[in-house]
Design a protein around this ligand. Structure first.
Ligand code: HPA
Length: 236
């Protein structure tokens, strides 16, 4: 049994959705899965397996940031997971995005995160799994959800509001980077390391330069719609 995700092989499904927040993982499992079974509650990083439209799916908490999600991903790999989809929130860097819009991350730039230690002499930018993001994009369009596809950035520093850091984010925005969050670099790099399928789908919770934040209920609604769309798509 891994050290943190306290499950045995066979308890985790091939398909795993990855919210950061444990309460959200619990809520998602109870709202969307039939017969959800809790397989780990170690450190309250809840993980559940149940069925969505007859297909086995797990929902596993990742915690916040690259170090936390990296531990969870390595252990999910040990437990046999194959398709990993992060469902989270992000701060928009682009002015033409609304709160609760959807972003599908084709790839991610990494700002000062520990994941760069995997290939210290090479700047890798592993992409999302093409088929996964194509299907997710098609579903979003079918459902008329406002969706943006492109490069995001992963940073370890949520409260990095120094002038230098803000300038760095502005530079990324000018290069077409859509938003910033804290986990996808680990997901795409670790998926590349093991040949797993990965994608990140995000709901815009705030605007970094405008310094505005959607209220909690609007964020929750956006995450709900996103979760249902992702579940529907990956279990088809
Ligand atoms: N920065 C980093 N991660 C985030 C943000 C942000 O502004 N919003 C949601 N996740």
């Amino acid at each position: 049994m891994p050290i943190h995700v306290e499950a045995e092989k066979g308890q985790v499904a091939d398909i795993v959705l990855l919210p950061g927040n444990p309460e959200r993982a619990k809520y998602m499992a109870e709202k969307f899965l039939d017969d959800p079974k809790l397989y780990t509650d170690y450190r309250k990083m809840y993980g559940y397996t149940g069925k969505f439209k007859g297909v086995d799916v797990s929902i596993q908490t990742t915690g916040m940031g690259v170090p936390s999600i990296s531990i969870v991903l390595e252990e999910l790999k040990m437990l046999g997971a194959k398709t990993l989809i992060r469902v989270g929130t992000c701060g928009a860097l682009s002015d033409d995005m609304e709160e609760a819009d959807l972003i599908i991350a084709q790839s991610t730039a990494t700002i000062g995160t520990t994941i760069n230690q995997m290939t210290p002499d090479i700047t890798l930018a592993p992409p999302a799994d093409f088929e996964l993001i194509k299907n997710l994009y098609d579903s979003a369009i079918d459902l008329e959800m406002p969706v943006h596809v492109g490069q995001i950035a992963t940073s370890d520093y949520f409260y990095g509001k120094s002038e230098e850091y803000t300038e760095e984010l502005k530079k990324l925005a000018s290069l077409g980077v859509l938003s910033v969050e804290m986990e996808t670099a680990a997901l795409y790099n670790i998926a590349a390391k093991y040949g797993l399928r990965a994608a990140t789908v995000l709901t815009v919770s705030d605007h970094v330069f405008k310094k505005t934040r959607a209220d909690k209920s609007k964020i929750a609604e956006g995450v709900d719609r996103m979760t249902e769309m992702v579940l529907d798509t990956v279990t088809k």
